[in-house]
Design a protein around this ligand. Structure first.
Ligand code: BEZ
Length: 211
């Protein structure tokens, strides 16, 4: 099944390293990040899981729960967790789904047969508190993800959910943002009291409104 932006994130029940999880119930009112790993005991995945675990405090601050997936058993994940703690200096601190039967991988179209017909690609799904998919990313097995980039897009998604702005190229939290073109200048003056610069009628820049 293809999961696209704006779709309701498919619900599932799965065994994880933290017990059985009913996905939507587990998400509750939080944002969520579901990300897949091609296989247990693989080098890039080991570094990714250590790095996401180290950054968990940043995700907590953003009311965001992390959940990983790999197409091996929970028993295997538990063995791998020891290697992650040993080599990355950080134990796993979020659940890892055991998906030997590819139930969740198929639900989220994480196996791309022309890349590999048994292992998942490196998918990232960011899910809002309304359970809608806000962002999808797909990396090949050979390229590890960038935790800072995932946090950056999460910041953008949370900002643009609350304010009628969008974030420009290479934006990072605290940078200037773009006022939605649909907002007339009069309204923009009250919505954005810090003021704005009009470079073109469709390109108006204002300081980040929640800073
Ligand atoms: C890795 O995590 O290093 C990896 C996983 C599957 C295939 C290739 C590399």
């Amino acid at each position: 099944m293809t999961v696209r932006l704006g779709d309701t994130a498919p619900d599932f029940t799965a065994e994880t390293t933290e017990g059985t999880i009913h996905f939507h119930e587990w998400l509750g009112d939080s944002w969520g990040i579901l990300f897949s790993h091609p296989k247990d005991f693989t080098p890039v995945c080991t570094t990714e899981l250590g790095a996401f675990a180290k950054a968990k405090g940043e995700f907590d601050k953003r009311n965001t729960k992390l959940i990983g997936l790999s197409v091996d058993s929970v028993e295997s994940h538990n063995g791998w967790a020891g290697d992650i703690a040993e080599t990355q200096g950080q134990p796993l601190n979020f659940p890892l789904i055991g998906d030997e039967g590819h139930q969740v991988a198929d639900l989220y179209d994480m196996i791309h047969p022309n890349a590999n017909d048994t292992l998942t690609v490196r998918s990232v799904f960011i899910i809002g508190p309304d359970k809608k998919v806000k962002l999808t990313l797909t990396y090949p097995a050979s390229t590890g993800r960038n935790v800072d980039e995932v946090i950056r897009v999460l910041d953008s998604l949370q900002l643009t959910a609350d304010y009628q702005v969008s974030t420009p190229v290479n934006w990072v939290d605290g940078g200037d943002v773009i006022i939605a073109p649909a907002i007339p200048d009069d309204e923009a003056k009250t919505r954005f009291p810090k003021g704005f610069k009009t470079l073109k009628p469709y390109l108006r820049i204002t300081p980040q409104p929640n800073k």
